[in-house]
Design a protein around this ligand. Structure first.
Ligand code: TYD
Ligand code: MG
Length: 456
């Protein structure tokens, strides 16, 4: 194939330069020039390469567009289907990102097991040899007879194979190993990753297969450079988990065919990933008797309420700058909570090292855990456990008020299901009918919660 003409485009301002430079000649920002293919067609066609759109069509009104229910291909793993929004959508592109070794290839191979029973699939491996993939399949007891394998890293050859084989679902493991002959950059560079993903996306949208791109998260936490693929694909899933624990979360960050922030929970075992259908039980530490510094909260992940134990340890600081460390929670939020605790509840922690941890490697991004973090800290400071079988949730404001959270009823129901009998929640989250089996205590302000703790 003839080498296509390339340009270097700035990721900040979009300006171009014929050769690579450290600084963009247009906006003077450093290290933003990325090699891109110059399409022989019009500028609009060139734009389409990246947007992953199909050819232009005539203008029609919305009601003329047939919007049948999207047919989905279930992955055979209900937890995976949950994050996908019900299964793979034909012609869609899914990006599955995560740290190397977390289980991306394992999950996809397990999904292919049941998908291959009903439709044609293709597994493209650029990273591992066919022998390695086959060894994994044997370990997972996946029947390989219906899973065609292609060990290839040339984008052009992969596209040719997809055209001839016409699979319904194709797995590309991984996008960082592919290279297009149109670019001179090395595989894994931003320009190659972007070009390869854009071409595959175009193919998927033009009646091609549903494509799953596996992407390794780089040290900075983004997939191959600053989120270069997220806008191109339909669905972005991230695989999360602690290297020290066997639990794995698949989280939907973006989904054109389903809810975002949905999570699927798995455990990595000797024979592959096993689904965990009652994940709340995982994030509680089961220490038996209540201990100081531990408080259970109910967070909401997508449509799923999840009980998570928050642990805090406050210990006398021996250095001038006391430590503030969090695992699974935001450190800035902790600093804010400490200030609120001091100002509004009169509990000073400036001479204490503060450590806060969400159990089992779960990450909590929503403020609903605020009140639980706060009470866990107070409990640790006083060396007094919270009453047994109690959950706490609520957002804490700078004025010391406890604000309501979304879907309070669902959180309470989840707590009741797990056997909790008491809940400390924002007053506005209390409804008249209540939730069976759980005594709800209304809280308006932080000092009220701290006072309640003192009395119980
Ligand atoms: P893998 O799917 O190869 O990760 P990725 O594709 O994200 O790089 O998973 C590799 C890890 O999973 C490896 O450390 C071994 C572990 N593993 C198991 O514990 N049990 C299994 O059955 C399999 C297949 C892998
Ligand atoms: Mg892999």
């Amino acid at each position: 194939m003839a080498k296509a003409k390339t340009l270097h485009a700035c990721t900040e301002c979009g300006g171009t330069s014929p050769k690579w430079q450290g600084q963009c000649p247009h906006c003077s920002v450093w290290n933003t020039l990325v090699e891109t293919v110059v399409s022989s067609g019009s500028a609009a066609a060139a734009e389409n390469r990246f947007a992953g759109l199909t050819a232009a069509r005539a203008v029609i009104t919305l009601d003329q567009v047939s919007a049948e229910d999207i047919a989905r291909i279930p992955s055979g793993l209900p937890e995976f289907d949950r994050v996908l929004g019900g299964g793979f959508v034909p012609g869609s592109v899914v990006l599955l990102g995560g740290d190397p070794g977390i289980g991306k290839s394992t999950l996809l191979l397990q999904a292919l097991q049941s998908v291959s029973a009903v439709s044609d699939v293709l597994y493209v491996t650029g990273e591992e040899s066919p022998e390695q993939v086959a060894a994994r399949a044997r370990r997972l007891r996946v029947d390989g007879r219906r899973i065609p394998l292609l060990a290839e890293i040339s984008l052009e050859k992969i596209i040719d194979t997809l055209r001839t084989n016409k699979p319904t679902i194709a797995i590309i493991d991984s996008i960082q190993t592919l290279y297009s002959e149109a670019l001179s950059a090395a595989p894994g560079s931003v320009s190659q990753v972007r070009e390869c993903a854009a071409q595959l996306t175009r193919m998927a949208k033009a009646g091609g297969p549903a494509i799953v791109l596996v992407g390794h998260v780089t040290k900075e936490g983004a997939i191959a450079g600053p989120r270069v693929l997220e806008h191109i694909v339909d669905t972005v899933l991230y695989f999360e988990g602690d290297s020290g624990s066997s639990f794995r979360l698949v989280r939907a960050i973006k989904n054109r065919f389903g809810a975002v922030n949905e999570i699927g929970v798995f455990a990595m075992t000797e024979s592959g990933l096993r689904e965990v259908s009652n994940p709340s039980a995982l994030f509680l530490s089961h220490t038996g008797d209540p201990v100081p510094g531990s408080c259970v909260t109910v967070t909401q992940e997508g449509t799923r309420p999840l009980a998570v134990e928050i642990q805090a340890l406050l210990d006398e600081a021996h250095a001038p700058n006391p430590k503030r460390l969090t695992v699974g929670l935001e450190t800035n939020r902790l600093a804010m909570l400490l200030a609120v605790l001091h100002r509004h509840a009169g509990v000073a922690c400036f001479d204490q090292d503060v450590f806060v941890n969400a159990v089992a490697g779960v990450k909590i991004a929503e403020p609903a855990a605020d009140l639980a973090v706060l009470l866990a800290m107070v409990s640790s400071l006083r060396g007094k456990p919270l009453p047994a079988k109690m959950v706490v949730f609520g957002e804490v404001g700078l004025a010391g008020e406890v604000r309501p959270v979304q879907r309070g009823q669902e959180r309470l129901r989840e707590a009741a299901k797990l056997g909790f009998t008491r809940a400390l929640v924002p007053r506005a989250n209390i409804t008249r009918q209540g939730v069976e089996g759980i005594e709800v205590i209304a809280i308006d302000r932080v000092e009220q919660a701290v006072q309640w703790l003192r009395e119980h």
